[in-house]
Design a protein around this ligand. Sequence first.
Ligand SMILES: [Zn+2]
Ligand SMILES: [Zn+2]
Length: 249
Amino acid sequence: MDLTILGSSPATENAGGACSGYLVSTGHTRLLVDCGHGVVSVLREVTELKALSAILISHMHPDHFFDLVPLAYGFLFGKVPSIPLFLPPDGAQTLHDLAAAVRLPEGFFERLFQISTYDPTASLRCGEVTITFAHTRHAIPAYAMRFVHDGRALFYSSDTAPDHRVAALMQDADVALVEATAPLYSEDSDSATIHLDAPSAGRMAREAGVRALILTHTWYPVAAETLSLGGEAFGGPISLARERSVYRV
Ligand SMILES: [Zn+2]
Ligand SMILES: [Zn+2]
């Protein structure tokens, strides 16, 4: 299983980057996981749209789904056959409301994608990959995901503050892709109650027995500190997600 970073930025794009987006690939399956702003441009550098198998969205914050609009136009202009779009339980209404607010044609997304909502208490099979979920601690309902293929496990935190359900899903993952968004040096921010910082991400991954850690959703101006503090807390192989990087899981 391969993980390609399409977007590693937090709620605003770092220079030359994109917001949350990841490609999870096996021999016959290509899953687009999250589709924040800027993701489509990078996605099209690394794969043709018609090669995608399905799309999964972890939660309905703009930096995780706003590029569904240009992605849908890519499917329309490219005459790409419709693929499944799996949204969180509250996702269909949000997508419908967005389409209405910006006056997209009636049924715009429904014509281009096979839209459904996933059940976070069940497992989901997408091609060769099995996905399980955990509710995270965030400002809106959000779901961490664990991708398993051929005995290998990739964990993705989505957005979360420290949470035992997220930690349980991360247990013994071969590779964990974990957000480290919370400002490192700001004491007046609410973000620590809905996001992880690098030390807490590193600590969670160490306690979960993760073999390799990738920090993402990070703010480049504090990249060096993020990596160093995360590495200290994790004590194992660690890297910072960067657009276009590919990891073998
Ligand atoms: Zn979020
Ligand atoms: Zn986010």
